[in-house]
Design a protein around this ligand. Structure first.
Ligand code: ATP
Length: 280
């Protein structure tokens, strides 16, 4: 991302920006001057960035800075106090509920826990969005479920219940369900949380395969540095003190070239001084 001031690409603040970003790729999601708040409590303000088609975009920052709040807002669970989200050319919050439901169908979400229905098999979990939102016939749904589970290496577990799965398998099954309706954008909340390093590395590989093999566009929240360096093409770093973005670029660029002390410390796993909110 360069410091271009065209409305499609420019962060509104003067944070350090990675100059190596591909600004010509199609923008799938544009976050424009967004402020997030719970009542009078502002969590982040004036956040702007673009997510490009076929890229992996990471929302980064220390604990409590507002990563999950931003993700929640991007998937339509929290209306921003100010600013807008453009999904392709559509303004997510500008229309009515029906418009939001329609646009939201273009999103697939993988929650931290996998969020599978415990009383349904893996196959039934993946089939559910298709049964709810399409008029596909049962045998077509079954074929699609098998396809999605095959993509994440979980076809063998189609008839198992979530309680029979390991943490990594639950994530994979959750991923298959997130892809159930062929979303334009996948959102992952801490995909590696709770996984051992090997399982986490396998999940990273799978996420890269989805990007490279299917051209998936992915937005994720993570503070797993090894995972961020391995998979993310672009990202934003949120600061809990100034309550806005303080760097914009790939995690490797932030690690190697960003001289903001907070970003540098985070990317190099250094301790920073406790802030007013305590030692995060
Ligand atoms: N429903 C809510 N009402 C009021 N404040 C909230 C609410 N949800 C989150 N917050 C506050 O918003 C801030 C950001 O929380 P959030 O969970 O988005 O941070 P995070 O960066 O995702 O943290 P972590 O990395 O620890 O998961 C925190 O101060 C939190 O207490």
């Amino acid at each position: 991302m360069n410091a271009d001031t065209s409305p499609n690409t420019a962060p509104s603040t003067s944070q350090p920006v990675d100059p190596s970003q591909n600004t010509s790729a199609e923008t799938m999601l544009s976050v424009r001057d967004v402020t997030l708040a719970f009542g009078p409590k502002v969590i982040q303000h004036d956040i702007s960035f673009d997510v490009k088609r076929g890229s992996i975009f990471a929302v980064m920052g220390g604990s409590g800075c507002g990563k999950s709040t931003l993700l929640k807002s991007m998937i339509g669970l929290l209306r921003p106090a100010k600013g807008e989200y453009l999904v392709g050319t559509e303004n997510y919050w500008a229309g009515g509920d029906q418009d939001r439901v329609r646009i939201g169908r273009r999103f697939g979400v993988l929650f931290q826990s996998g969020a599978l229905w415990s009383s349904m098999t893996v196959g039934e979990n993946v089939a559910l969005p298709m049964q709810m939102f399409t008029s596909l016939k049962p045998h077509t749904i079954r074929q699609l479920v098998e396809l999605k589970l095959g993509l994440v290496g979980m076809l063998h577990a189609i008839d198992q219940f979530p309680s029979e799965l390991s943490g990594g398998m639950k994530k994979r099954a959750g991923l298959a369900r997130a892809m159930s309706l062929d979303p334009d954008i996948l959102f992952f909340d801490e995909p590696s949380a709770g996984l051992d390093p090997i399982t986490s590395a396998r999940l990273d590989e799978l996420i890269l395969n989805l990007r490279d093999g299917l051209g998936a566009t992915i937005v994720l929240v993570s503070h797993e540095l090894s995972s961020l360096f391995a998979i993310a093409d672009d990202g934003i770093f949120l600061d809990p003190d100034s309550k806005t973005a303080i760097a914009h670029g790939s995690p490797t660029w932030m690690r190697d070239h960003c001289d903001n002390p907070m970003v540098h410390a985070f990317m190099h796993r250094e301790r920073t001084a406790p802030t007013s909110d305590g030692d995060r």
